[in-house]
Design a protein around this ligand. Structure first.
Ligand code: FEO
Length: 168
């Protein structure tokens, strides 16, 4: 059974994961609007993954006897100076989320809640993969450059990373 403190903290993370989903979906819209279909498909697919991260936490809270709650989220930024800024921001966002997950893992450990601690390991591993993925994209953009032909190849490469877009 989750403590009231852990329920509150996990609910904050639920809201953050849903915010991440909105952020990436908004970025996907910007990329589509500017003519970057590969990046748009990748980000839309990632938005669906973030939604699932939120749902997984939501279900865990319910199963562990807590009241799952969705908090308010602000509107994500909708304008970017270029694809470089979009992906620099995804990386910064994931680094911030990793910090939040680490703090949650520590809170579960401090409370001796080993069920929550074990559940959160999935998120720890996921953050490692996501930071690695976004860092690779940012590095590629920095090396190739986001002007002229470079942007065409970058968009194609990022599109290959999309595993298929789903609306859920
Ligand atoms: Fe759910 Fe990209 O972290």
């Amino acid at each position: 059974m989750l403590s009231p403190t852990l329920v509150d903290r996990l609910n904050v993370q639920v809201t953050l994961e849903f915010y991440s989903s909105n952020l990436y979906l908004q970025m996907a819209a910007w990329c589509d609007h500017k003519g970057y279909p590969g990046a748009s498909a990748f980000l839309a697919q990632h938005a669906s993954e973030e939604y699932q991260h939120g749902r997984k936490l939501f279900t865990y809270i319910m199963e562990a006897g807590g009241l799952a709650r969705i908090g308010a989220t602000e509107a994500p930024k909708a304008d970017y100076t270029g694809i470089g800024e979009v992906f620099e921001q995804t990386l910064q966002h994931e680094v911030m989320i990793t910090g939040k997950i680490n703090a949650l893992v520590k809170a579960a450990m401090d409370e001796g809640d080993f069920s929550a601690f074990q559940f959160l390991q999935w998120y720890t591993a996921e953050q490692h993969e996501e930071e690695k993925l976004f860092r690779q994209i940012v590095d590629r953009i920095r090396v190739i450059g986001a002007d002229g032909k470079g942007i065409y190849w970058i968009d194609k490469e990022i599109g290959k990373l999309a595993k298929g877009v789903s609306a859920t």
